[in-house]
Design a protein around this ligand. Structure first.
Ligand code: F6R
Length: 243
């Protein structure tokens, strides 16, 4: 895993640069995007670059990383709604190139299988961008997730349900769907993005700890093309590393 520590103020630009470079090198890249607080300003930066003509994402295929279960279609907290609000509506990715996981269908397991097939039919993911939860989850691959897991329905951990309160949901979902660790590992390139002091302890586990299913993000670090971009705050407990 390549580790790139950047000043807090340069984090969003550094990540946007990485993604923009990927799109420039492979304009028709299949990219998986996370939601959460971490990518919000990154998506704003990408949106500005597309709107100013510096970047085009017109041939990109975009896949959502995960989705809450049981939120109504009108909920602005759904990952698909947040992706639309923060990125998709601001850039030139054609709507027919945008894929979201639908947790309102009667057969969620079947939806997950079809989602995997859609990725495979397009030749696989070229870039998976993932954030990291304070419990080390990736997407909704919670502690206990296995390297062999594919896209599936999962029970959300107590930590994820507690953190979910920041989205002001009417009801906190107890389940979700997520691309699996194996699905992510099959991606050509993985980009892990982490910012903030509250993730510093998790970063010591990712960088210095053992590979363990208790900390799912550690299962990605031996991927042959994995880059971690973190800001100085998230790196503050690491010794021997600096921006
Ligand atoms: C969201 C997702 C989650 C978040 C993680 C970090 O689609 O996949 O794994 O990336 O919970 O969330 P933030 O960025 O809010 O700290």
């Amino acid at each position: 895993m390549k580790v790139n520590i950047v000043d807090d103020a340069k984090f969003d630009t550094a990540v946007a640069d990485f993604i923009a470079e990927e799109v420039r090198c492979n304009p028709s890249a299949n990219i998986c995007f996370p939601t959460g607080d971490t990518p919000k300003k990154i998506y704003r930066e990408l949106s500005l670059r597309v709107q100013s003509g510096q970047l085009s994402m017109a041939s990109v295929h975009a896949f959502g990383l995960d989705e809450w279960g049981s939120l109504p279609e009108t909920s602005k907290a759904r990952c698909s709604a947040r992706m639309y609000e923060q990125l998709y509506r601001n850039v030139d990715i054609p709507s027919e190139h945008i894929y979201c996981m639908d947790t309102l269908v009667p057969d969620v397991d079947d939806m997950c299988k079809k989602y995997e097939k859609r990725i495979a039919d397009l030749g696989g993911l070229n870039l998976a961008i993932v954030g990291v939860g304070i419990n080390g989850h990736i997407g909704f691959n919670e502690p206990g997730s296995q390297k062999t897991d594919r896209t599936r329905k999962v029970t959300l951990s107590a930590t994820t349900q507690r953190v979910a309160k920041k989205y002001q949901l009417d009801v906190i979902p107890t389940w979700g769907v997520t691309l699996g660790i194996q699905t992510l590992f099959a991606t050509e390139k993985i980009l892990i993005i982490v910012n903030g002091q509250h993730k510093a302890d998790m970063m010591t586990k990712l960088i210095n700890g053992l590979e363990t299913t208790n900390v799912p993000v550690t299962l990605l670090r031996n991927h042959p093309n994995c880059t971690l971009i973190l800001d100085s705050s998230a790196a503050s407990l690491l010794t021997g590393w600096q921006a």
